[in-house]
Design a protein around this ligand. Structure first.
Ligand SMILES: [Fe+2]
Ligand SMILES: [Fe+2]
Length: 320
């Protein structure tokens, strides 16, 4: 086992969990994981209310906009998003209700949730090797690329893909915040073994180091927060979209956007991207030649610029 060979078991969990290094997943560890998830605060009341309303079939944009307008941070975020370049709207949108109608309920949900999670985890203070800003960049880029993939394939899940992309790796924040020392060790080993934090080997390192992985613990949190079942499914299965049963399209879209997001950050060209894509994703999306990824090219720079803008807003909001 990687951890047994590499770690002399000096690192312990500062919150009293003890090192999971070299240990099989025993009942005690499982209990600790459940306990930590239970201890994570609930989402703010207004956010819960908005999420609840967004999930009901007869909710109107007027009702949502009333709730959002109580929160100046959310209001400005929604308006900025709708006025950003990617929506291509010529005139300035200043009404929150109008903005919600343009963005769609799921995009609004993605924004509201990610903003409050950002605040809840204080943006994820940097400690050790986990870089919270890189985490948020990756999540935002995955959200945007997910929406783009849906557009390219004429799938109706575009807005939902935005929310799901934003939250797919939420388990990593939980591991970073609540199993800090163990997770730091996972990051160190990943680095030493040239293992990118987005693949199968990384999930294995997480399980060996902490006793769970970011998909499983993220899904546990999603259940605790009563997020919609399709979002929970993406969080749980974005590394194994073939296991999705509620909405396979959505899970595959986020799985693809997740990979593309990593490739874009690595500045791969389209040929290299195609070469590195897993076979199951290539098959699902019929990605057989470089031209099949051409839909991405004009959107890479604007998406990266939009991510930077969104990240700045989030940081400012978290400080206030
Ligand atoms: Fe992931
Ligand atoms: Fe990811």
């Amino acid at each position: 086992m990687v951890f047994e060979a590499d770690n002399p078991q000096q690192e312990t969990d500062p919150q009293g969990g003890g090192a999971a290094v070299g240990l099989a997943l025993n009942d005690k560890r499982r209990e600790l994981i459940l306990k930590r998830v239970r201890e994570i605060p609930s989402l703010p009341e207004v956010v819960n209310k908005i999420i609840q309303l967004l999930g009901q079939p007869h909710t109107s944009a007027a009702e949502i906009s009333k709730l959002i307008s109580y929160d100046p941070g959310l209001t400005s975020r929604v308006l900025r998003m709708v006025n950003s370049a990617s929506y291509g709207i010529q005139r300035q949108i200043t009404s929150i209700q109008h903005a919600i109608m343009i963005l769609g309920f799921n995009t609004v949900r993605g924004l509201v949730l990610s903003a409050s999670i950002f605040k809840l985890f204080a943006g994820g203070k940097k400690s050790g090797l986990f870089d919270p800003m890189a985490y948020w960049r990756h999540s935002m880029l995955t959200a945007m690329l997910g929406r783009l993939v849906c557009k390219a394939y004429a799938l109706p899940e575009g807005d939902e893909a935005f929310s799901a992309g934003m939250l797919h790796d939420i388990g990593k924040l939980v591991l970073h915040e609540h199993f800090t020392a163990d997770y730091n060790l996972v990051q160190r080993l990943a680095l030493e073994h040239h293992c990118l934090p987005h693949g199968e080997r990384f999930l294995l390192l997480e399980r060996q180091g902490v006793g769970t992985n970011h998909s499983d613990i993220g899904a546990q949190l999603a259940v605790k927060w009563k997020l919609p079942a399709t979002l929970t499914e993406v969080i749980q299965h974005h590394h194994h979209p073939e296991r999705a049963v509620l909405n396979a399209n959505l899970t595959y879209v986020v799985a693809l956007a997740n990979k593309l997001s990593v490739f874009v950050e690595q500045a791969y060209d389209l040929d290299t991207m195609l070469e590195h894509l897993p076979e199951n994703l290539k098959d699902y999306f019929s990605l057989n030649a470089t031209e099949d990824l051409a839909f991405l090219a004009p959107h890479i720079e604007p998406s990266l610029a939009e991510v930077d803008q969104l990240l700045q807003q989030f940081s400012k909001q978290a400080e206030s």
